[in-house]
Design a protein around this ligand. Structure first.
Ligand code: SAM
Length: 264
């Protein structure tokens, strides 16, 4: 539970980042956030595991990218700093990795800056990913990301917070178009995989205002024009697992899907 409220943080309205933190069992959240996390927990009791599957996948995907030679990462909708952030995952294989974190929520930078303060190879920006030009031209992005070298673009658990009218596919494409060949798109998304997923979508849309569950086909379409890395777009625990995953998957295990693809 948070005792100190950072500047610019509104505790009377829920925030996506803090609801996610509450679901993960973190401490940077308030009563308004926990009410939504509790409702999500009622609908899908394994919801906490879903966040953990997503963070575990972040680790596996970033390790894949670092081992494939990626040295710079742009992590959009990065969330509150939590265990094993992108720069830690990357540096386990590539100690010289550079990471720019971007999130719309001022609470993310308030807490995150303390963690990243002493690290000149990371930056944390408060910005809206729906404004690609602002993000791509930001001085901190230009300082740390060389657009002449492959970039790992991370959009994990965030594109489902864009409604259809906001043209999520167009926004993803705008970022991918800015990257040189050899770059990768790494994306995870709520998946319309069960009646419980539909119920959770209704609850999130009404309480939080965002949270679109899209089909595997719709999620796959974000990777149009790119070469998907095996096994393609799939449910999180099935993407290059470190140990075998039992089948059939549970509701929670299939609540999100994602993939990683190369720009040739
Ligand atoms: N990427 C992390 C992960 O996968 O564990 C965090 C995911 S969290 C569910 C989604 C994050 O996206 C939140 O921190 C939220 O503030 C951020 N977000 C939502 N809409 C955004 C936008 N338009 N621009 C930037 N960040 C956004």
């Amino acid at each position: 539970m948070v005792e100190r409220v950072p500047e610019g943080v509104d505790t009377s309205r829920p925030s996506i980042a803090r609801v996610y933190d509450a679901v993960l069992g973190g401490e940077h959240n308030f009563a308004v956030d926990r009410a939504i996390a509790d409702e999500a927990l009622r609908i899908v009791p394994e919801i906490g595991d879903v966040g953990r599957y997503n963070r575990a996948l972040l680790g596996r995907g970033v390790r894949y990218l670092a081992q494939a030679g990626t040295r710079q990462f742009l992590d959009l909708g990065s969330g509150l700093p939590t265990v094993r952030n992108t720069h830690e995952a990357a540096r386990a294989s590539a100690p010289d990795a550079r990471v720019v974190y971007v999130d719309i929520d001022p609470a993310v930078s308030a807490y995150g800056r303390e963690i990243l303060a002493a690290d000149p190879s990371t930056a944390l920006l408060t910005a809206d990913l729906r404004e690609p030009d602002t993000v791509l031209d930001h001085p901190e992005v230009r300082r740390l990301i060389d657009f002449g070298e492959p970039v790992g673009l991370l959009l994990l658990g965030v594109i489902h917070h864009l409604n259809d009218e906001e043209d999520p596919a167009g926004i993803v494409k705008r970022y991918v178009d800015a990257l040189p060949p050899g770059s990768h798109l790494f994306l995870t998304h709520f998946c319309a995989s069960s009646p419980d997923a539909a119920q959770l979508e209704s609850a999130l849309l009404s309480d939080l205002g965002t949270g679109r569950f899209r089909t595997l086909e719709e999620i796959t379409a974000y990777f149009d024009g790119l070469e998907l890395v095996d096994p393609g777009v799939t449910y999180l625990p099935r993407w290059r697992p470190d140990k075998p995953v039992g089948l059939p998957l549970t509701v929670g295990q299939s609540l999100m899907a994602g993939g990683l693809a190369r720009k040739n």
